[in-house]
Design a protein around this ligand. Structure first.
Ligand code: AMP
Ligand code: ZN
Ligand code: FE
Ligand code: FE
Length: 275
């Protein structure tokens, strides 16, 4: 079964509308899809109302949190988006996102780039405002030549625009997901650029808090990386998830549904949702 359990739409920082994403997934042979927009289920709600018949859609989202002063993403799969815990989570996270955008704007202003909060918010429109909107604003204002460059200079890990302090803790986010009936998945574990030892520390704490799975295949990655993540999952008895982290057509890392299969020893997290 072809699955993709990590994708973004225009409800957060993805380029495609929820319906267009579903159509692209279906055209690419995906049978089970999760729309995992940052801190919102609005894209899921929109898509589920107009779903192509051959596609199953899991209610889901990608939750922002902090762990040891680092920004970490947890995908919540199979959550009841109307559960009080889910509503509480989205409200808290969306407020944190708004407050963070103000802080990012202040910091950029102090660096000589005024108006970024208003600019990024305008670019986001009804979507969740995020660092990619700040990156687009900085490019449009001519401060930097590319969005990637904006992350490298101001927005990426350890830069002034990398503000994590407003996010809830990993513990809180896992608790919300579990309370809402979902499975918490530690997203793109290699993106945090941790040493192997610290990655095990994170995975172990995540599992102890009630986390259920590790994203063993996160887009296109080297076979060695997949094998490493499969071992980490096994060590902490975490199930395995897969996803492209698709944001836009033409992105270099992976299209919808386009990644290597799970190693056979992994327990697929989606088994519970397919008969
Ligand atoms: P946010 O949730 O607002 O902190 O933004 C996170 C999103 O920013 C990620 O999902 C990516 O889409 C994007 N992103 C993070 N780091 C980079 C980077 N170095 N270059 C380009 N985009 C990035
Ligand atoms: Zn994103
Ligand atoms: Fe992420
Ligand atoms: Fe993502």
């Amino acid at each position: 079964m072809r699955v993709d359990l990590h994708t973004h739409t225009s409800a957060s920082d993805g380029a495609l509308s929820p319906v267009a994403l579903c159509e692209r997934a279906q055209a690419r042979g995906v049978e089970l899809l999760a729309i995992t927009d940052h801190d919102t289920c609005a894209g899921y709600r929109e898509a589920v109302a107009a779903l192509p018949a051959a596609l199953r859609l899991l209610p889901a989202a990608e939750f922002s949190c902090q762990w040891r002063n680092m920004g970490v993403h947890v995908v919540g799969l199979g959550i009841d988006v109307d559960h009080a815990a889910a509503r509480d989570a989205f409200e808290t996270l969306q407020q944190a996102r708004e407050q963070r955008a103000v802080v990012i704007g202040d910091r950029l202003a102090r660096l000589g780039m005024p108006g970024a909060h208003a600019g990024a918010s305008a670019l986001a429109g009804d979507s969740q405002v995020g660092r990619p909107h700040f990156a687009r604003f900085l490019v449009e204002q001519g401060y930097v030549g590319s969005e990637n460059g904006a992350f490298e200079r101001w927005l990426g890990s350890g830069k002034p625009g990398d503000v994590k302090a407003l996010w809830p803790t990993l513990e809180q986010v896992v608790a919300w997901i579990v309370a809402a009936g979902g499975v918490a998945v530690l997203a793109h574990p290699l993106k945090y650029k941790l040493t192997a030892t610290r990655l095990r520390l994170l995975a172990g704490e995540f599992a102890a808090l009630g986390g259920g799975a590790l994203e063993v295949v996160a887009g296109r990655q080297l076979p060695d990386a997949t094998a490493h993540l499969a071992r980490v999952a096994a060590q902490f008895q975490l199930e395995a998830s897969v996803g492209s982290d698709f944001h836009a057509p033409g992105q270099y890392w992976s299209d919808v549904g386009d990644f290597a299969p799970l190693p056979p020893q992994c327990e697929p997290v989606w088994r519970r949702w397919v008969a």
